[in-house]
Design a protein around this ligand. Structure first.
Ligand SMILES: Nc1nc2c(ncn2[C@@H]2O[C@H](COP(=O)(O)OP(=O)(O)OP(=O)(O)O)[C@@H](O)[C@H]2O)c(=O)[nH]1
Ligand SMILES: [Mg+2]
Length: 242
């Protein structure tokens, strides 16, 4: 059972998300989840996302913690810092989501409900009821599902959406990990965390999501991030010390 007044923290990594962050933060507080806190981890965004987050935080009376790092260090390390902070703050539940509004707010209360019967909830595009934005072309859809299938085979991850970055955790699950065991800076980090949760025997449940198109700003996907996944994921099951 989860406490009725559970301390819920949403961790959001940002790099140049000034176009999206105000909508995301007001939307999250608009959900009226009791005891909701946010941790924004910004990497010195040139567009001023970090300052923007701080200003919004000041207006919201200490419910938004902003971690400002000097330079772009990758979403993997941003999540590690954000998770550590959320645990230090005494969170019972920690949610991770992107800042670009690809992860729709409507799923947050559903994840909290699903967490009543599981330790970890993964927002999934590849189970019944899930999907991607209608604006995605057929070739992008095919590439995405083949990529996801390949990653599952190569990494040994069981969840259908291996790279999902929209997850909810009971604090015990995240607290059981040595965060330094996660090596990837890009989306492969999401696969590493999913694998670690499965390996530790936590109850991992997938909840269908429809993945929306990024609302504003630019993607941070790069060749480095793709090569890192190709390098790290096939050997992950042997290298990860549990
Ligand atoms: N702090 C921090 N955040 C990052 C970094 N790279 C990406 N992010 C954030 O991580 C989230 C996911 O990044 P995206 O660029 O949307 O990656 P993606 O969803 O795989 O790619 P798209 O589908 O093209 O949007 C967003 O909130 C980004 O702002 C980084 O180096 N540092
Ligand atoms: Mg995105």
């Amino acid at each position: 059972m989860i406490k009725s007044a559970a301390f819920v923290t949403v961790v959001i990594p940002t790099y140049n998300e000034a176009d999206n962050l105000p909508t995301l933060l007001s939307g999250l507080f608009g959900l009226k989840i009791p005891n909701l806190h946010l941790v924004v981890v910004d990497d010195g965004s040139p567009d001023g996302t970090g300052e923007l987050a701080k200003n919004i935080g000041l207006e919201l009376n200490g419910t938004v913690k902003v971690i400002q790092r000097g330079s772009k260090k990758g979403l993997g390390t941003a999540y590690m810092e954000g998770f550590k902070e959320a645990l230090l703050m005494g969170s019972d539940i920690i949610i991770q989501m992107d800042a670009d509004l690809s992860h729709e707010l409507q799923y947050v209360p559903k994840f909290l409900e699903a967490l009543e019967k599981s330790d970890v909830v993964v927002g999934s595009r590849y189970i019944s009821g899930g999907g991607v934005s209608e604006t995605w072309s057929i070739s992008r859809r095919i590439l995405s599902s083949i990529g996801n299938f390949g990653i599952r085979i190569a990494s040994g991850v069981k969840v259908q959406d291996a790279t999902s970055g929209f997850k909810a955790f009971r604090a015990e699950a995240l607290a059981s990990f040595n965060m330094c065991q996660f090596r990837s800076k890009g989306f492969a980090f999401q696969v590493e965390v999913a694998y670690a949760c499965e390996k530790r025997g936590f109850i991992v449940r997938e909840h269908p999501i429809v993945f929306a198109e990024r609302s504003g700003g630019k993607s941070k996907m790069s060749l480095f991030i793709i090569l890192e996944a190709l390098w790290n994921l096939p050997t992950m099951r042997w290298k990860m010390k549990m």
